[in-house]
Design a protein around this ligand. Sequence first.
Ligand SMILES: Cc1cc2nc3c(=O)[nH]c(=O)nc-3n(C[C@H](O)[C@H](O)[C@H](O)COP(=O)(O)O)c2cc1C
Length: 204
Amino acid sequence: MANYIVGISGGSGAPYTRRVIEGLVRAGHDVKIVITDAGRRVIDIELGISLTGNPASDTRTVMDSLGLDSGPGSIELFDQRDVGAAIASGSSECAGMVVVPCSMGTLARISTGISSNLLERAADVALKERRKLILVPRETPLSLIHLRNMTAVTEAGAIVLPAMPGFYHRPESVDDLVDMIAGRVLDTLEVESDLLRRWRGTGD
Ligand SMILES: Cc1cc2nc3c(=O)[nH]c(=O)nc-3n(C[C@H](O)[C@H](O)[C@H](O)COP(=O)(O)O)c2cc1C
């Protein structure tokens, strides 16, 4: 199975993150996760999961919160300051990376190649290696700066996939809305999941 990187920054949207990680692991993939300090704070606020910043204990905490024991896939968390980690190098194997949620700050730094932490460096590597990089922003309204940064990353090869669920499947719960976005992320990464309901037309 393949290696994927999940970057988690301090935008709102931790339920999306959880579903994406779950989908990758359940499909049998190995998931490398890097969370910014602000990302940890938002996870605590939105999911009530308290991460310490210690990669080993946080890996355990995330596995427990997802109900994952062993296999089929795996997760491993990295310290955002660990710029010597394997995922900081283009020589490491990676089938794709998603930043979910992607804060406007992280978007800005990726769009300008600043690479001030491991998440931004891994995203920079994905772009330079011409690998799939998906950014899931959650902000509204958008400033011209946000829009320009989204244009810049798109020109550099990234895919901007905003956390904007549709209503044409008549969602009945928040989980349905979360699954719609997580399913689109997994589908874009070409990972099998049962989260995405494809529109088959109106049948008229
Ligand atoms: C509860 C909460 C929700 C937030 N939601 C957003 C958001 O949706 N989009 C965004 O760009 N920033 C959001 N922020 C602000 C970012 O966390 C902040 O700009 C931070 O510096 C981003 O840092 P990072 O890019 O290193 O993760 C939120 C912060 C908190 C505490």
